[in-house]
Design a protein around this ligand. Structure first.
Ligand code: GCV
Length: 711
């Protein structure tokens, strides 16, 4: 129980900075800071009776050992000054003796307090559960990693959402849909026997930011995932993740009873189908006793679903919910649906489909809603379903992987995007009814709450395809824990842990990160334009994309540019999508003059000479935004290049190269978009703005049949 850290502080060889360690690098901190920390961290008093307790203790040993370094040696037992005491009242007699209140901490919360213990200065991390204590341990390590004082700590943290979940869009052949970080991290072929070290490191990284659930496979699911062979493989992963408080979920293919069950139908009201799902759930729970449940994409983009049998989404979700209910499982049903047959504005379809079903779902069903009504664009207004389903727990779905924001090479820190959505005011219950309050259950008293992020993790050594994309995984977890945190604070935290605590590094890096998403919006889809990327793979500009199997998979459907103007009229005079929002929001979006300019062309079709807030015409304003986007990338490059020598050479060089790619591609986006839209506006560029480098047909001729991540 009483572990002297000194014995464990072996010097470690300097590791190359290849990004594998993520934000858990634990490199030695400056001696003076270490000196200040040591007196309270000379001993670790932490139980090690359960796997979670051992994982917590191991992390603290690893973290404190790395941060505080081996020299000078820690004091020996006789001179020990203070201790770090970790545990629950049940697992630790010291924690019990300290009598810190834990009742208000729930299942995963914790308290960190500077206390007196045995007449010495100490720090206590107290929780109700081992998982809570683990979260607290990671919090303390974060304080040390970011150079915070620890001499007067009084911290209480309780997660604001219950489920903080990654959605992997990983296929069984290891292709990752919309993945830009190599193959799937799950080496299905070698599972269940070979459990490489990555799995535990994945779990550590997630636990460190509070993520407590993972869906292993793509929502475009293979029924094979539910066969005994793959259940066994999933169970092996669940065993690795369990000590870190992470539960496994699976995406389920609705037609699995037909495909692997030998039934003639997957009709959710058919007794045999219901029995099949019940038996399947029993089988899964036998292998994975803490299995979380199913995530389902149904009747969306060609996936099978209850509507194939004339049933509703509620019929389908409830049938599966009944199957997992006896085991305490849940069903997460996605609201990302838009029909082939419905000619209505795609942005309206999920709302039309789901609002009438409010109150019709079982109490163990959540409906998972993307942040916006189209599809993870660089900018979208919040989805109108938030605030519109008071009786159905809605789970937020963000995309961490950057399908529409430049894949892995473009620097786009998504914190501001997430924050913008979470802080948006739905006005569902009057002013202040933010999306965050919908999602964390405060607004409607949801019994289940959660946030999902489509993972950007793969087999690349640096996990996410680029060093900065690690920050998107990080910020997702932190905001899922507390949707009201500031994305800037999180960027700073991440930068300190990932690069350096040196203010001369932190300040410029955070500034780059905070401006980066807006740069992407500017050079790709300014002023509310959306879905203008290359067809299918979504790489590069494709505003000219038209034709093909369905109109709402083309760019011209979304921008509607003509000689008269540009933009999608979603006002009451157009598709009337605005009316899906609460009245004050609808009124604002219905009026071009009151619509925030960043959403202008999302809601309005306007003439090219429309006067924008700057006083410029709409055409000129578009050109200014496109050009500004490129300029911002140039600035990021300059900032980064100036940090050469202050950041380790490996990471500096890769990021510098990626920024060069980003500049080239930002210019491509700008030039191609301007060349294309100019054919409609038929106006010259404003003074001082360079014409596109190539004629339009050059941009239109570019093809990328092997762009990564295609579905
Ligand atoms: C998993 C978008 C993506 C698809 C994805 C789909 C979804 O359309 O391009 O790859 O499919 O969203 O969220 O289901």
């Amino acid at each position: 129980m009483l572990l002297l850290l000194a014995a464990l502080l072996l010097p470690r060889p300097a590791a190359a900075e290849d990004g594998y360690d993520l934000w858990l690098r634990y490199r030695p901190i400056p001696d003076a800071d270490a000196e200040a920390y040591r007196p309270r961290l000379a001993q670790l008093v932490a139980p090690a009776a359960t796997p979670t307790q051992r994982a917590t203790r191991d992390e603290l040993v690893r973290g404190l050992g790395g941060l505080l370094g081996a020299q000078p040696p820690m004091s020996d037992a006789a001179k020990v000054e203070g201790a770090l005491i970790v545990g629950t009242p049940a697992s630790s007699k010291q924690i019990a003796g300290l009598k810190l209140a834990t009742k208000d901490l729930g299942r995963e919360g914790y308290r960190i307090r500077t206390v007196e213990f045995d007449g010495r200065d100490a720090i206590a991390i107290a929780a109700n559960t081992d998982a809570g204590a683990m979260h607290g341990a990671f919090h303390l390590l974060r304080l040390l990693q970011t150079g915070q004082p620890i001499d007067a700590l009084d911290i209480r943290e309780v997660p604001r959402t219950q489920l903080r979940m990654l959605n992997h869009w990983d296929n069984l052949d290891r292709h990752v849909e919309r993945g830009y970080a190599g193959e799937s991290i799950w080496d299905w072929h070698k599972l269940p026997d070979y459990l490489g070290p990555r799995y535990a490191d994945y779990a550590r990284a997630n636990a460190s930011i509070g993520i407590n659930a993972t869906v292993l496979n793509n929502v475009n699911a293979s029924a094979q995932q539910l066969t005994p062979m793959y259940i066994e493989k999933a169970a092996a992963l669940a065993n690795v993740f369990r000590p870190y408080g992470i539960r496994v979920f699976l995406s389920a293919r609705f037609s699995a009873p037909v495909e692997i069950g030998g039934l003639k139908t997957a009709d959710p009201l058919d007794p045999q189908v219901r029995a099949w799902w019940k038996a399947k759930a029993d089988e899964i729970y036998k292998a994975i006793p803490d299995f979380g449940g199913f995530l389902v994409k149904a009747n969306s983009e060609g996936q099978p679903g209850p509507q194939d049998y004339g049933r509703t989404h509620a019929d389908g979700a409830n049938m599966m919910a009944d199957a997992v209910k006896p085991h305490g499982g849940i069903v997460i049903w996605r609201a990302f649906v838009y029909s082939h047959e419905t000619p209505d504005d795609r942005a309206k379809q999920a709302y039309n489909e789901f609002v009438p079903l409010d109150g019709k779902f079982r109490d163990n069903v959540m409906v998972q809603v993307k942040n916006g009504a189209i599809d993870f664009q660089p900018r979208e207004p919040f989805h109108p379903l938030f605030g519109a389903m008071p009786k159905t727990p809605l789970m937020m779905e963000f995309q961490i992987t950057k399908e529409y924001l430049g894949f892995a090479t473009h620097l786009a820190y998504l914190g501001p995007l997430f924050e913008e959505t979470l802080r948006a005011d739905t006005h569902a219950r009057g002013k202040g009814s933010t999306v965050a309050k919908v999602v964390d259950g405060e607004l409607h008293g949801y019994r289940l709450t959660g946030m999902a992020g489509v993972a950007n993790i793969g087999s690349d050594r640096n996990w996410s395809g680029s060093h900065f994309d690690q920050a998107n995984w990080y910020v997702f977890g932190r905001l899922a824990w507390n949707p009201e945190l500031s994305s800037r604070d999180i960027a700073e935290e991440w930068t300190r842990m990932t690069f350096s605590n040196d203010g001369d590094i932190v300040q410029p890096v955070v500034a780059m990160m905070m401006g980066s998403r807006e740069a992407v919006v500017d050079y790709m889809t300014p002023l509310g334009l959306h879905h203008l990327m290359g067809r299918g793979h979504h790489y590069g500009p494709g505003p000219w994309v038209e034709g093909g199997p369905r109109a709402d998979w083309t760019s011209v459907y979304y921008h509607r540019a003509t000689k008269d103007g540009i933009g999608f009229d979603r006002t009451t005079r157009g598709s009337d999508a605005v009316s899906q929002y609460a009245k004050p929001v609808a009124a604002q979006f219905d009026d071009a003059g009151r619509t925030p300019e960043e959403f202008l062309l999302w809601f309005h079709h306007l003439p090219w000479d429309y006067t924008t807030r700057s006083g410029r015409t709409l055409w000129d304003e578009l050109v200014v935004h496109y050009s500004r986007g490129v300029d911002k990338v140039r600035d990021m490059r300059r900032t980064w290049n100036a940090l050469e020598g202050r950041i380790d050479p490996e990471r500096h060089a890769q990021i510098a190269t990626f920024l060069a790619i980003q500049e080239k591609e930002a210019q491509w986006w700008r030039d191609a978009s301007i060349a294309y839209f100019q054919t409609f506006s038929q106006r010259p560029l404003p003074d001082g703005y360079a014409p596109p480098a190539h004629p339009l047909d050059y941009y239109e001729s570019l093809e990328f049949p092997f762009a990564p991540g295609n579905g």
